[in-house]
Design a protein around this ligand. Structure first.
Ligand code: NAG
Ligand code: NAG
Ligand code: NAG
Ligand code: NAG
Ligand code: NAG
Length: 479
């Protein structure tokens, strides 16, 4: 049996514990005062540090803002690190893509000259078919109305565009202005709307990034970023590519028949030609002749056949590190002003709009002396300008946010989340209570629900919702 501890030994024990505790506390205090493990503290500091000042947003797109991102970190855009960063700050967007916002600036100037966008302008744009009216309120996307977007490729276009817009909002840490506008899904819309493509005289159309920047599965593309990763990972040297002109596509689609037939005719029989029409209804033609978009990058030359409608092919080709051959493009997309057909910065080769000079141009382009020098330079210029900068997913998100800010700067009305004009009286809690309650109507549907329901009325019964499960939807092949 152990002897009972004496008064003295208990005292010594307590003193011992107290000393040990004091020592541990002293060591801990010293450790944390001196900064703990230096690297760990540094990391936490970097992640947890609040911004020096609240992020500011430029009124004009592309304008530099004093959020000091560049000043504090010496940040500059590196495509290997930043290409897929959808959440660059306003300053980073301005620094990385100084030439990106020209179409937004143009539209802003146009609306300013004609006296701001009114609520009626937005209504008018909305009234035409195949459009989605949206509200961005406190950085949240709401779908106010949708029309003619459930069939064929319209469904693909509208869901892709809304998702891309939401991605640009959700990735952003700053505050964006509240805006309300109409997104035109079809080609050649009219009114003050956002559109994929415009003709030079359609000044009240605001160009938005094509839906293919999200994904274009009907053209064999998983997503835009996934597509880009393939040519980037292969990185074939320009001179090692097939010395041929590649083009594949449906021949007689309404918008592009003239130009497509011209290309097929002018390249017929040439030894540099790998131009073929695909008949999507003919299984043999699809199986034997279809070429994946990323495999277009294995060729030295790739042809673009855009017409008035939205074609979408050009942005893929410009990711290739090869020479894009195009005609005079009628339909303008948000990045077309960056194309240069001459000079030191030349980044594509421009032909007549009937391709009648194709044979002549191809014979000079395929000269070995041209390819090694000027040819390689054109391909390099295109890669640097488009693949490594202005056609990155990061640039796409920056463009969306500049578009929102630009629109807000000429928006002559204040967007509302609640529809107060139609305040409804409803009975709440059944007839026993007959409690009258003033309820405000929530306008539209948050994106998060719309993307599941594809419906803007929340109170519809489930059967009435436009849920599309594959069957009847056949996408028109436009590539
Ligand atoms: C940004 O940095 C500059 C120089 O480092 C400083 O003078 C300025 O006050 C800073 N602005 C803000 C908003 O923090
Ligand atoms: C497309 O149109 C051209 C010219 O009109 C015609 O020669 C060709 O047979 C048509 N192709 C198909 C697949 O209909
Ligand atoms: C289908 O395409 C193949 C390959 O291009 C072609 O040989 C064949 O004639 C086409 N069939 C029809 C019915 O057009
Ligand atoms: C145009 O709209 C902007 C932003 O709402 C506003 O600041 C400006 O005063 C308006 N200009 C005119 C002429 O109404
Ligand atoms: C749903 O609500 C809207 C507005 O609150 C109303 O106009 C519409 O008639 C309602 N639909 C149904 C099926 O109750």
């Amino acid at each position: 049996m152990a002897p009972a501890p004496t008064q003295g030994s208990r005292l010594r024990q307590i003193t011992g514990w107290t000393a040990a505790c004091a020592l541990v506390i002293t060591v801990l205090v010293y450790f944390f005062k001196s900064g703990g493990i230096p690297t760990l503290r540094q990391k936490e500091f970097d992640y947890l540090r609040p911004p020096a000042s609240p992020p500011l947003d430029p009124i004009r797109p592309g304008e530099k803002v004093e959020d000091n991102t560049t000043a504090t970190t010496g940040w500059s855009f590196d495509y290997r690190r930043d290409s897929n960063n959808y959440g660059l700050t306003a300053t980073q967007c301005a620094d990385a893509f100084p030439l990106l916002y020209q179409e937004v600036d143009r539209a802003v100037n146009y609306e300013r000259r004609s006296g701001n966008v009114t609520e009626k302008d937005v209504e008018d744009a909305w009234f035409q078919n195949e459009a989605v009216k949206v509200l961005i309120y406190e950085n949240q996307l709401h779908i106010i109305n949708a029309h003619g977007v459930w069939t064929d490729h319209n469904r693909l276009r509208s869901l892709a565009t809304l998702s891309a817009l939401n991605r640009a909002l959700a990735s952003y840490h700053g505050q964006l202005p509240n805006v309300e506008f109409t997104i035109a899904i079809r080609d050649n819309p009219t009114g003050h709307a956002l559109a994929y493509t415009r003709l030079s005289n359609q000044e009240n159309l605001w160009l938005m990034p094509g839906y293919g920047f999200w994904s274009s599965p009907s053209s064999g593309l998983r997503s835009y970023a996934a597509f880009r990763s393939i040519p980037i990972s292969r990185e074939t040297d320009f001179l090692d590519k097939f010395q041929k002109l590649i083009w594949r596509g449906a021949q007689n689609i309404s918008a592009g028949a003239r130009i497509r037939n011209a290309l097929i005719k002018e390249s017929n029989g040439a030894d540099w030609s790998d131009v073929k029409a695909i008949d999507w209804k003919n299984e043999t033609s699809v199986r034997e002749d279809f070429v994946l978009m990323e495999d277009h990058c294995e060729y030295m030359f790739a042809a673009e056949t855009g017409d008035n409608g939205h074609n979408g092919r050009l942005k893929y080709l410009l990711n290739c590190n090869n020479i894009v051959i195009a005609h005079d493009l009628n339909g303008i997309e948000h990045f077309h002003h960056l194309l240069a057909s001459s000079g030191d910065n030349q980044n594509y080769v421009k032909l007549r709009s009937d391709f009648s000079d194709l044979k002549k141009v191809m014979s000079s382009l395929t000269e070995p002396s041209f390819l090694e020098d000027r040819g390689r330079q054109i391909a390099d210029n295109a890669r640097r300008m488009f693949r490594d900068r202005y056609l990155t997913p990061a640039a796409e998100a920056c463009y969306w946010r500049a578009l929102i800010r630009g629109w807000a700067s000429v928006q002559g009305f204040t967007p509302q989340l609640w529809d107060d004009s139609e305040e409804s009286d409803r009975f709440v809690g059944g007839s026993d209570y007959e409690e009258r309650s003033q309820r405000r109507n929530w306008r539209g549907m948050p994106f998060e629900s719309y993307i599941l329901m594809e419906e803007v009325e929340f109170n519809l019964s489930v059967e009435n919702r436009h849920i599309c499960v594959g069957s009847q939807t056949t996408f028109q092949k436009t590539i």
